[in-house]
Design a protein around this ligand. Structure first.
Ligand SMILES: [Zn+2]
Length: 344
């Protein structure tokens, strides 16, 4: 009896586990070169270079269900995809820290890996705490302590509790994008030498389009009447801001998980708007209004002198998917239109 029971237990366990194993088996066509990307801009760059050779590749975008990349966690199937990939592209910042573990189990010794922050090398920027920003504290819940950064440098040195990492939002710079497209091209030509010249032409065309838009940004920002943007939100646009010598003030740093701003932060930003006669408050596509609750941008507006600013959404492509009907270039072009209104 006991023996029988054990047997059926084993059978049950096998039945239970088998769908799991099936899920782990890479379903990709082995004749195809497999490429795995973590975020939408990487995916869009890859498909632009590959062009009509699409059928030779199996391209996966991991963050493809609209979750913010900051809250993405890989599934078993995702890990299996990565460990078998021929080319794996990721950001290398604080929101994809999970990658290190995933790559440990890699079964493909020929896998090419592109870490965007590594590709940037010395051009990678440290995450910045700007004057007026809400500082992120890793305090426990009982300690309802929040603080506004008024004397930023002094503070971070003195307290040393906010660890400053590299700013991972590297894709929000057209200049960086040109560098990344070149890196992806190099990897693709190694994977598929036969079609190298096709990829080269495609990449050159694409870089030219990036270049054209980059020039449009330069021309506009160098002649704009204002040069300061106000973000009533997180701030992932540091690379873009510095490309065109713009200034900014923001409620939170780029990866901050804070959702409430202190009155000091609100007041600081509202006063900057008064002082600089700013007409637009920016918020990110990731901010969704919850019922009647005012967004941070709306709260800032309510605290300005004239309360007549426009609140516009700028797209940081943190939850863009393959079905969102956008391209990297189309988003960056519409962001330029938003910036034009904001600097007017
Ligand atoms: Zn981030």
């Amino acid at each position: 009896m006991k023996h029988n029971f054990l047997c059926s237990m084993v059978v049950c366990m096998c039945l239970l586990l088998s769908p799991l194993w099936a899920g782990c088996t890479p379903s990709s066509d082995t004749n195809k070169t497999s490429i795995v990307c973590t975020i939408y801009p990487e995916y869009d760059w890859v498909t632009n270079i590959i062009g009509e050779k699409q059928e030779n590749f199996d391209i996966t975008l991991l963050c493809d269900n609209g979750t913010d990349m900051h809250s993405y966690q890989p599934s078993f199937a995702d890990i299996a995809k990565i460990t078998n990939a021929d080319l794996f592209i990721y950001v290398g910042g604080e929101s994809d820290n999970w990658v290190k573990k995933a790559l440990k189990n890699s079964t493909n010794p020929k896998m090419q890996i592109i870490n965007l922050l590594d590709v940037l090398g010395e051009k990678a920027k440290k995450e910045e705490i700007q004057e007026g920003m809400q500082v992120e504290h890793e305090h426990s819940d009982e300690e309802q302590h929040s603080e506004t950064e008024i004397d930023a440098e002094h503070h971070s040195e003195a307290e040393g509790e906010t660890e400053i990492e590299y700013d991972e939002h590297v894709w929000l710079s057209l200049k960086n994008a040109k560098t990344f497209v070149s890196a992806i091209l190099a990897a693709l030509t190694q994977l598929d030498e036969t079609n190298a010249s096709i990829y080269q032409t495609k990449a050159q065309n694409y870089i030219q389009q990036l270049d054209t838009l980059d020039k449009q940004y330069s021309v506009f920002t160098s002649t704009a009447s204002k040069n300061t943007l106000i973000f009533g939100d997180r701030f992932p646009f540091r690379y873009l801001i510095e490309d065109y010598n713009l200034k900014y003030y923001a409620a939170f740093s780029g990866c901050s998980s804070e959702t409430e701003a202190s009155f000091d932060t609100i007041w600081y930003l509202a006063n900057k708007i008064n002082e600089l006669n700013i007409q637009v408050i920016l918020q990110l596509e990731t901010t969704i209004k919850q019922g009647n609750k005012m967004t941070i941008a709306e709260t800032i507006k309510e605290n300005t002198k004239y309360k007549d600013q426009k609140i516009l959404t700028i797209d940081s492509m943190q939850n863009t998917t393959t079905s969102s009907n956008k391209t990297y270039l189309s988003v960056m072009a519409s962001n330029l239109n938003i910036i034009k209104q904001a600097l007017n």
